[in-house]
Design a protein around this ligand. Sequence first.
Ligand SMILES: Cc1ncc(COP(=O)(O)O)c(C=O)c1O
Length: 511
Amino acid sequence: MSTDLPLNQAESSTPPLSRRSMLGAMGTGFGLGYAALASTQAQAQAAATGKTGEAKPTALTLNADDTTYFAQEEPYFMQLARDEFTLDPAVVYFMAAQKGSIPKSVMLRYKEGLDQGARDPFPVYVQPVAQMRASIAKCYGTTPDQIAITRNTTDALTLAMNGIEWKAGDEILISPLEHPTGITLALRIAARYGVIIKQWGIPVGKNVTADEVVAALQRRVVPGKTKVIFFSSPLWPTGMRLPERKIAEVAQKAGAITIVDGAHYNGMIDPKLDETGIDFFALCGHKWQNGPGGTGVLYVRNKKLPSNQTDLPRFHLIRSQSRDIPFDGSRGDWDIGAALTFYGFPESGDWRALTDACLLWDKIGRQRIEAWHMRLGNYFVKQLVANFGEASILRPTQDPALNSGIIAFNPFPTKEQRWNEKLNVDFRANMLRDYGFRISGLGVGNNGLTRRPDPEAAAFPAGTIPNRDPASLAPAPMDHPQRVNACVWNNRAQIDNFCAATKDLVKKMAV
Ligand SMILES: Cc1ncc(COP(=O)(O)O)c(C=O)c1O
């Protein structure tokens, strides 16, 4: 199978019909709405952390005792799943990283917006755009002048990458674990402006720490030459979160600009964007945030902040109808978010639906949602380790700063099997057809930043993760990943059942 095919193509077949056990369908019958269950932030915080008043639910290790946490939070999230999500009950979706599912309450107003536009197509927005940007900004820990509404992460990244004032010989330092969206942008900028792509190697292994990751990156930063540090957090192929704040500090010291692909950030993690120190953060509306398809957000740092005191980089507006902002890339005291959101008449209820999805997440509590993703993700890791061993997990698991709700794993026992693209693609198809679990997978293999005619491309088997050794930068491919997401609509019984199904399927396929 060519890696030119759309990602997750193998997963796009119709849901299964035969032999699908209803493994994931959990009991029904909570009389109360989710809002009535443990609804206060204080209760949620106490449950998330195990202690009242402890501020950081993500600062939990894999070994934390989850009994109290799940006793309180699992009923809440199961009720939320019933009240707000219309996912096909015959399939268990361990997936929000491709597309999320629009909550019922958001969908209702979205449909109203569409009806309203059909009845009276004159108004350009169903709600004033400044209001929507202000709401999203509040939800994402920033101010409206730094928020632009885009069509998706790809769109936001395209605006950021192409807006930089590139010169021939500038270097862009990029992780080898980027999504095709980021890879393609870097390759195009290199071809167009003579920008040099430099890679760094992501440290791998269960015990890797955030400091080791920063050290691996720092080794490749050349002050005065490294113009942009570009990375995703979390990284899509493995689910490893990168220490955004620490990387931003490295960049600031080196005089480099930071651009982050945050397709899996907002919605999964509480995005306190102004605290990150990042210059450009591309976000998705339709993945973990569960807004409509075709929505995203670009955060553009527009002033000196406590987390980033450096001068604003020159920046060109690639797509804007605003003629008020200077045309030469200079920066000043203007609302760059508004200018980047002003591009024709693209809204048809979807921007309001994105805003509503953001507000719903705030109502539930973003710390609470983040804690659920991390805790349930940890539970997933533990069960996979118990069944398939430590080596089955493709990202670090011990440093909470590197955790996320995405878990990449490979359950097959031999390296040959773990690098076999067909076997692994078939695994996902069979898992859906025979057991009713929807998961994703795939790495870009030899079609990433290193591709033919580069002779090193041959070192990366198709479908594997094209990592490099952090010290030598030699090709260090990782297994073909299977990816599961711990979503707000999932629960522990589904995970137990998935592990049993995986065991069964591996036995059948690994002959
Ligand atoms: C890391 C990453 N970046 C970008 C994208 C593209 O997302 P979007 O559809 O929001 O453009 C994806 C999609 O899965 C992704 O995983």
